[in-house]
Design a protein. Structure first.
Length: 274
């Protein structure tokens, strides 16, 4: 039989830290299947990490999901483990990183602060809780240690939350904003295609829409694939990877083309010239 799943997401980058944590986990749970989700979350970017984790966990088998984007390591922020309604366990810092993913898995049904030092590495550092606290606890949980053993129960309502801004229909358009920018420069926007269609009408391939960024409007077509437009041309599309509306430029960066950053407002409306 396959061993338990531990998924693993951090902002540690390509250095040795992820491998060190994997070694710790295999030392405790040698039959665990370790799945590296992403170790290139932008440094200290809790919101980016929360977005990426929340978009991935629903496609994974039930397991333990370890996430460490932790600029407050060593401070009073709590280390926690959560149980989600689907049966998964999430381990990481209480800084907003875990709750969006827990919601994707049905919501938090139990939350515990990590205080059981016998489950940590000896003499945990103040700067590498990923190795010394979170990785060993995740491995112990994957190996069958009950959640209740990690430390006292805490009220889930006291956990640090992080909500992504919604899209809002207003005056015949969809008011949205930038949620995430991937490594290609594709811009994930708040909202779903059906929300946009509800205010502008059917999203037929090739239909041109007006994308308003700052004081400037841009005529951008709706398509289902990047190759439907010429290299260097923009398109709006349904992002299958991150599940929602997105703005791209074929074989180039939409973030650079349109000067967009996280949280920038964007309005999408019918193009009166189309």
């Amino acid at each position: 039989m396959a061993g338990p799943l531990i998924s693993f997401l951090t902002d540690f980058g390509g250095e040795s830290a992820p491998a060190t944590c994997r070694g710790v986990m295999w030392g405790i749970a040698p039959d665990a299947r370790l799945l590296d989700l992403n170790h290139h979350v932008p440094k200290f970017a809790i919101r980016d990490g929360a977005f990426l984790l929340s978009r991935a966990v629903g496609y994974l088998p039930v397991g333990v999901h370890l996430a460490v984007v932790d600029p407050g390591v060593g401070t009073a922020r709590r280390p926690v483990a959560l149980r989600a309604a689907r049966g998964d366990l999430l381990v990481g810092p209480d800084n907003g990183l875990l709750l969006p993913a827990a919601r994707m898995l049905g919501g938090v049904t139990a939350a515990h602060e990590l205080t059981a030092t016998e489950l940590f590495l000896d003499q945990p550092s103040s700067t590498f809780h990923g190795r010394d606290i979170f990785a060993p606890v995740a491995a112990h949980l994957a190996a069958g240690v009950p959640l209740e053993r990690v430390g006292p129960s805490i009220d889930a309502a006291t956990l640090i939350d992080l909500d992504f801004p919604p899209a809002t229909a207003r005056a015949g358009g969809l008011e949205t904003s930038v949620l995430f920018i991937d490594s290609f420069g594709n811009v994930r926007l708040a909202g779903q295609p059906d929300e946009l269609a509800a205010v502008v009408g059917p999203l037929v391939e090739g239909r041109r829409l007006r994308v308003v960024i700052g004081a400037e409007g841009h005529s951008v077509p709706w398509y289902l694939m990047f190759g439907a437009v010429a290299a260097g041309e923009p398109l709006l599309y349904d992002d299958a990877d991150y599940d929602g509306l997105a703005l791209a430029v074929n074989q180039a960066s939409a973030a650079e083309r349109f000067g967009l950053a996280i949280d920038d407002p964007v309005r999408i409306e019918a193009d009166p010239a189309a």
